[in-house]
Design a protein around this ligand. Structure first.
Ligand code: ZN
Length: 654
């Protein structure tokens, strides 16, 4: 039974089921529908408390895309059972269980794997008439793109145009960010060649948002690049809920070269010619559960364009440095030697062999690996990291000693003990013939070692090597040196106000610092001014830090801001900010993250509650126990919490 555009319901066949089931199963009708954008399901059978479903392949190869709504007329548990075997597919449910939405697809969360067993998952419907949407991924559809366009409508750097029309007559959008001009490289990014791979659309949002921003990085990006983005290559597939992968005779991704059958692909090829695209990045999501597909990775052609692999390697390292907490890791670089294909070529191979290209690759971002946070917010942060990496790329292969592939290998030698770092750095610094790129890297590494040994003046001298060499230092090396120099200057009790101000002004104007580098410097800057009792200024930096930090930093920074309001004698404001901190932390501690952020945020919550006079002992106990009972809570956090609780006994039950 194939279902689309209609309600399906199965009344209980009274003879089939005994009345003993009535107590806990959702007996009666279960309605399944998929007649909305992105919807996809085949309902095979519905019985009491159990629905047998399958992905609607619509003539494509075996794949795992499904998205439907279930409505029950009675509360209780329902099992959703997929076919036991589908050739070529290991599983139809992701590592973090199904995605679910309680508000008709507006917001999504991973349900977790607790209620997943083999080829089925179950859901406990709370009330009669409850409608819950389930999907293999967080859907990202035309309405989401339109919301994004609307949200950025006032931004003059984001131009939205129509690239072409799809076979079914839908508009296919293209964004342009920045303007072409002398010395400006043209870049193309594409997503959803395979319609179902929706998680990358959130990544792309984060990237675009950064590219159109007025931050130093946004400004620098638009100086260096003009970016064209096609967010939905297979627009019809996205809206109609096709998997898109392995369409017959071939999918959009294999439609490059001669005789394209999809108008989108024709239009992208023409766009690339007319805009003289030199850089190409295509976004995908890999398979659901295969272990090699649980981190980010690059695929593409190793040997062309010249230095393609070295550039992708460098790009991957820069991305990795900027990733938010709980990311899927990588990206690993898995480019292969491949010959050109005349017809039916996939897009990255087409672009690899296109004349005038500098770099071309496909980035795979997994749906939701175990132990990662792949929600909308974190996916956008991954997009920001990719953006920050792009800004730092200088595609420099001309200077001697600048073979980036060799340089990447060299960087990997810094590992293990500080003594090993010193010896690797010494080899370079003691050799007059070492290329500047290597000297700068060795100096940065020595700066790091010396700062850890609290030898700040020596560390500063090492960081100056990168800061003084405007020609040879890469943007990433400058970012490292400037960040650490700023930290040293702010922490040095001997620094004059003038010196700190000059240092911070330089840092704030700098385009290549990552969010974590900004969080670090803005924090020490705030502390510097707090020490000088300039609380206004300390507050300004803490508020900037709030914008740069991750959601795991938010509670701690809000608590700091509240402390500053206390010092400014604004008690009411301080309490208001602590309440904001409590709300944020409770939301992010439900459930308590299993990693180190769990106890750290619980500690922040205790601190926030301690600063609110109306907090009850029970609230504090509850927060404290989230950390104290946590598997990975460090002893110093436990000690600090017990001390801060005073005479409240966390073990007591009310
Ligand atoms: Zn794909």
């Amino acid at each position: 039974m194939k279902i689309k555009n209609l309600f399906v319901y199965a009344a209980l066949a009274s003879g089939m089921l005994g009345s003993s089931l009535h107590a806990d199963a959702a007996v009666g009708e279960i309605k399944i529908r998929s007649d909305f954008p992105g919807g996809n399901v085949v309902v095979q059978k519905i019985e009491a408390g159990k629905v047998q479903i399958a992905p609607d392949l619509r003539g494509g190869g075996a794949w795992f895309y499904w998205y439907f709504e279930a409505e029950v007329v009675q509360a209780g548990k329902v099992d959703f059972v997929f076919p036991e075997k589908m050739p070529g597919i290991t599983s139809l449910i992701g590592m973090q269980g199904p995605a679910l939405s309680l508000d008709c697809g507006k917001s999504w969360a991973w349900a977790g794997s607790e209620n997943v067993k083999d080829n089925m998952f179950s859901y406990d419907f709370e009330k009669v008439g409850q409608k819950v949407r389930f999907a293999v991924t967080f859907p990202y559809l035309q309405s989401d793109l339109e919301a994004f366009i609307k949200e950025n409508a006032g931004n003059k750097h984001l131009r939205s145009e129509i690239l072409t029309k799809s076979i079914k007559g839908r508009n296919v959008e293209m964004f342009q960010i920045g303007e072409p001009g002398p010395g400006v490289k043209a870049m193309l990014m594409t997503a959803r060649h395979h319609a179902c791979e929706s998680m990358v659309s959130f990544v792309l949002e984060g990237l675009i948002k950064s590219a159109v921003s007025d931050t130093p990085a946004g400004v620098k990006f638009r100086e260096k690049y003009v970016l064209y983005v096609v967010p939905f290559v297979d627009k019809d597939g996205v809206e109609e809920g096709d998997q898109g992968k392995d369409r017959k005779p071939h999918d959009h991704n294999r439609d490059y070269g001669k005789d394209s059958i999809f108008p989108e692909v024709d239009a992208i090829e023409s766009l690339a010619d007319s805009k003289k695209i030199q850089l190409f990045l295509d976004f995908h999501c890999p398979t659901l559960r295969m272990d090699i597909h649980q981190s980010m990775y690059f695929v593409g052609t190793k040997q062309t364009p010249a230095h393609n692999e070295a550039f992708v390697e460098e790009f991957a390292i820069l991305i990795n440095k900027g990733l938010p907490p709980k990311n899927p890791g990588g990206p690993r670089v898995m480019l292969q030697k491949r010959e050109p294909m005349e017809k039916g070529s996939n897009c990255n191979r087409y672009f690899s062999y296109k004349e005038g290209m500098i770099m071309a690759a496909t980035l795979e971002v997994p749906y939701a690996p175990l132990k990662t946070v792949m929600d909308v917010d974190n996916c956008r942060k991954i997009g920001e990291a990719i953006f920050n990496a792009w800004v730092k790329m200088d595609f420099n292969q001309t200077n001697p000693g600048e073979d980036r592939a060799k340089f990447m290998e060299f960087q990997k030698r810094f590992k293990g003990s500080p003594a090993n770092w010193e010896s690797v750095a010494g080899e370079i610094l003691n050799d007059d013939k070492s290329p500047a790129l290597y000297r700068i890297e060795a100096s940065n590494k020595m700066g790091y070692i010396r700062a850890r040994q609290n030898k700040y003046q020596e560390a500063a001298d090492f960081y100056l090597v990168a800061l003084k060499d405007a020609v040879n230092a890469t943007p990433d090396q400058k970012a490292t040196a400037l960040t650490q120099m700023s930290v040293i200057v702010c922490k040095d009790p001997g620094s004059t106000l003038e010196k700190v101000e000059k240092q911070l002004a330089e840092f704030l104007d700098f385009a290549y610092s990552s969010p974590s580098q900004q969080t670090e410097v803005l924090g020490v800057a705030s502390a510097f001014y707090e020490n000088k009792q300039n609380y206004e200024k300390a507050l300004q930096f803490a508020q900037k830090q709030l914008l740069a930090g991750t959601k795991y930093d938010t509670g701690r920074i809000l608590n700091k801001i509240a402390d500053l309001y206390d010092l400014m004698q604004q008690k009411d404001k301080a309490i208001e900010v602590r309440k904001e901190s409590v709300a944020h932390l409770r939301k992010n501690l439900n459930p308590v993250p299993v990693g180190i952020f769990g106890p750290m945020m619980a500690f922040d919550l205790v601190n926030a509650l301690n600063g609110i006079p109306s907090s009850s002992a029970e609230e504090k106990r509850e927060a404290a126990n989230m950390a104290l009972n946590h598997k990975v809570c460090p002893q110093n956090i436990k000690d600090a919490i017990l001390k801060s609780l005073g005479d409240i006994d966390p073990g007591k039950k009310d």
